[in-house]
Design a protein around this ligand. Structure first.
Ligand code: GDP
Length: 342
C-alpha cells in the first residue's frame, strides 16, 4: 500500500484487508475501474483514530503528524485532512480516501467545528452534482463521504453533549458508525454497560446511525449469522496499535502491557475485526445509502433553495462565458486601434 496513487500489491501471506470479495457485491465492470470509497473519522484527539486507521488498512497514513499542545488547542479550529491511498488485493483496486478531522472538540467553542465538517461534506455533494450535470459524467471521481466512524471516549459514562450534537447535526448527511475507542481500558462488564448506555442515548435523542441491511433470506447461513453478530456488536468497541509483537512465535498487532498482550485482530479481545468486516462487506451498501438517501436529500434541498436544476446553472454559466467572449471580441479591435494611434 502506498500514499497518493502509488500501488503496492499484497501477497496472500502479508496482511490482508479483505476487500477482494467486493466484485461479488457489484457489477463486474466496476472491477476494472476499481472502487472509490471515502471514510471520515471524527472524535476528540487522542482517542486513537490515526492508530485505528493505520491498523485497519495496514498502512501508515500519518507518518509525520504534528501533535499540538494544550495552549494551541484552545485557539485551534478543526481542520480537514484528506489522504488517498490505492490498495490492490488479488487484482481488485480500491481508491480509499480517509478524511481526518484533527482539532475536533479541542477548541472551547465546538459549534465552529461542526460547520467546517458539514461544509466539507456538502462541498463533495456539490462537486458531484456539478460533475453529474456536466459533459464528462462517465468519469466522475466520487469524493462523497460514504461513512463516518464516530469515536466515543471509553472514559465517560456514555455520550457527551458534543457527541449528541455532532451526530444529530450530521446524521442526515452521512452514514454514522459509532465506535468506542480504546476498548482495552474497559473490563468486559464496563464495555457492555457502556455499549448499552450509548445505544439507549442514541435512541433517546433520535439519532439515526447507519443500519446494517438485513441478510436476504436466500443468503447462506454463515452470512446471516455474520450479519446478526455485526448488528449485535454496535457500537463497535475497538483497539488499535501500530506495533507488531511476537506472541507464540507469530508476529501480531497488539498492545503490550505488564500483565500481557491485547491483540488487535483477536475477536475475543475487541471488535476490531467485526468493524473491518462490516466495512468491507457493506461497502457497497454504504455507497448506495449515500447515493439514494444522503445525496438525494442534498440534491432536493439544493434545488428547493436555488429554484433551478444545476443543469440550468451550467447552461447559464456557458451563456455568461459566451457573452464575455463576445464583449472581449468587441473590445479588442478598439484596444488595438488605441495601440495604433500611439
Ligand atoms: P488520535 O489523536 O485520535 O488520532 O489518536 P492517536 O492514534 O494519535 O493515539 C493517541 C494515543 O493513544 C497514542 O499514544 C496511542 O498509542 C494511544 N492509543 C491508540 N489506540 C489505542 C488503543 O486502542 N488503546 C489504548 N490504550 N491506547 C491507544
Amino acid at each position: 500500500m502506498s500514499q497518493s496513487g502509488e500501488k503496492v500489491k499484497f501477497s496472500d501471506s502479508a496482511g490482508y484487508v479483505g476487500f477482494a470479495n467486493l466484485p461479488n457485491q457489484v457489477h463486474r465492470k466496476s472491477v476494472k475501474k476499481g472502487f472509490e470509497f471515502t471514510l471520515m473519522v471524527v472524535g476528540e484527539s487522542g482517542l486513537g483514530k490515526s492508530t485505528l486507521i493505520n491498523s485497519l488498512f495496514l498502512t501508515d497514513l500519518y507518518p509525520e503528524r504534528y501533535i499540538p499542545g494544550a495552549a494551541e488547542k484552545i485557539e485551534r479550529t478543526v481542520q480537514i485532512e484528506a489522504s488517498t491511498v490505492e490498495i490492490e488485493e488479488r487484482g481488485v483496486k480500491l481508491r480509499l480516501t480517509v478524511v481526518d478531522t484533527p482539532g475536533y472538540g479541542d477548541a472551547i467553542n465546538s459549534q465552529d467545528c461542526f460547520k467546517t465538517i458539514i461544509h466539507y461534506i456538502d462541498n463533495q455533494f456539490e462537486r458531484y452534482l456539478h460533475d453529474e450535470s456536466g459533459l464528462n459524467r462517465r468519469h466522475i471521481i466520487d469524493n462523497r463521504v460514504h461513512c463516518c466512524f464516530y469515536f466515543i471516549s471509553p472514559f465517560g459514562h456514555g455520550l457527551k453533549p458534543l457527541d449528541v450534537e455532532f451526530m444529530k447535526a450530521l446524521h442526515g448527511k452521512v452514514n454514522i458508525v459509532p465506535v468506542i475507542a480504546k476498548a482495552d481500558t474497559l473490563t468486559l462488564k464496563e464495555r457492555e454497560r457502556l455499549k448499552r448506555r450509548v445505544l439507549d442515548e442514541i435512541a433517546e435523542h433520535g439519532i439515526r446511525i447507519y443500519q446494517l441491511p438485513d441478510a436476504d433470506s436466500d443468503e447462506d447461513e454463515e452470512f446471516k449469522e455474520q450479519t446478526r453478530v455485526l448488528k449485535a456488536s454496535i457500537p463497535f468497541a475497538v483497539i488499535g496499535s501500530n506495533q507488531l509483537i511476537e506472541v507464540k512465535g507469530k508476529k501480531i498487532r497488539g498492545r503490550l502491557y505488564p500483565w500481557g498482550v491485547v491483540e488487535v485482530e483477536n475477536p475475543e479481545h475487541n471488535d476490531f475485526l467485526k468493524l473491518r468486516t462490516m466495512l468491507v462487506t457493506h461497502m457497497q451498501d454504504l455507497q448506495e445509502v449515500t447515493q439514494d438517501l444522503h445525496y438525494e436529500n442534498f440534491r432536493s434541498e439544493r434545488l428547493k433553495r436555488t429554484g433551478k436544476p444545476v443543469e440550468e446553472e451550467v447552461v447559464d454559466k456557458d451563456r455568461i462565458l459566451q457573452q464575455k467572449e463576445a464583449e472581449f471580441r468587441w473590445e479588442t479591435p478598439f484596444l488595438s486601434c488605441v495601440a495604433c494611434r500611439k
